[in-house]
Design a protein. Structure first.
Length: 318
């Protein structure tokens, strides 16, 4: 049996660390950690770390940070997911080659893990902060537009706005990829800048026009199922569109930027995702992505711990 991939969001790791520090009493969380560690040591599961774990672990107190990193190391055994930029490039390149060359696009789990021999750099924190500011500017504009154009209680308008917004998000996320001479690294270096309309990359179109004067190939790809099938683009655009449409009264939170990148990165590759209750509701109830991507989604709520423990128990018998 292949090892199952279990991704624990930062709030779950923090819960475990606080229980181990004695700051919170929750016997089921202690059992959860023990079960996860047993499965990892037994070769049944992989609990990979990501760059976001490292970033968010550094935001807590020194005592909590030490315990978080210790917990992360014990569960991950130094297995880490690739930086989201690398994964997006792999997925997008496969889609472009598939669309223009007719080759099949098949997602491989092996591509999700960091190859230490490649020297793949981790995006600096200051760069993520810059991208987050651009994302926030774009998000505030989209949210205002959504609230002005959406009337609660009218499903047909809700669906129309959802389709429209998801389409815009997809176009924003792919903007620039086919507009560069060297397609390889470009999407990952400024994908979130696409949320900033009229941003610094807008002149890239001129170089691309020398190969596609009327932009027919670009338009065809943008409208194709190949773009919609890029997992990162699908998950991130759908997640943001669903939040805008279905949660218009919710005030955006500081972690929304990271959440969209985290879920877009890990959802297509994992068997079990443990995240917060809000994201679980969007992914499962609103989008049905647990079915589409064949993943069990749990929240870190106490009421769901028994279900998660039972799921992990089932893995121990194989």
């Amino acid at each position: 049996m292949d090892k199952k991939i279990v991704y624990l969001d930062q709030n779950v790791l923090s819960f475990i660390a606080k229980v181990k520090l004695g700051q919170i009493k929750e016997e089921r969380v202690e059992r959860l950690f023990q079960r996860l560690e047993t499965l990892v040591k037994g070769g049944k599961i992989i609990c990979p770390e990501s760059v976001f774990h490292r970033i968010e672990s550094g935001l807590g107190s020194d005592i909590l940070k030490v315990k978080l990193l210790d917990t992360l190391q014990r569960l991950s055994q130094d297995v880490s997911l690739r930086d989201w930029r690398g994964l997006v490039d792999v997925q997008m390149q496969r889609a472009v080659e598939g669309f223009f060359g007719g080759s099949p696009s098949v997602l491989s789990r092996s591509e999700a893990f960091h190859d230490k021999t490649t020297g793949e750099d981790v995006l600096p924190l200051q760069e993520l902060e810059r991208l987050k500011r651009l994302y926030k500017e774009r998000w505030e504009g989209l949210r205002k537009e959504a609230m002005e154009g959406y009337q609660r209680g009218l499903p047909e308008l809700t669906n129309k706005l959802f389709r429209q917004q998801r389409g815009r998000e997809r176009q924003a996320l792919v903007r620039g990829y086919l507009l560069q001479e060297d397609r390889g690294p470009c999407l990952s270096t400024y994908i979130m800048e696409a949320y900033h309309l009229g941003g610094p990359r807008r002149n890239g179109l001129e170089g691309y026009k020398t190969r596609d004067p009327e932009l027919k190939r670009l338009a065809s790809f943008m409208d194709s199922g190949w773009l919609k099938a890029v997992p990162f683009v699908d998950v991130v655009s759908s997640l943001n569109a669903a939040i805008l449409v279905y949660e218009e009264a919710r005030e955006p939170e500081e972690g929304d930027f990271y959440d969209s990148l985290i879920v877009g990165t890990v959802l297509p590759y994992c068997d079990i995702l443990v995240t917060d209750n809000f994201l679980k509701g969007i992914l499962v109830k609103r989008l049905g992505f647990h079915v589409k991507y064949h993943v069990e989604v749990f929240s870190g709520k106490s009421s769901e711990l028994e279900g998660l423990l039972a799921c992990l128990e089932g893995l121990m018998v194989f």
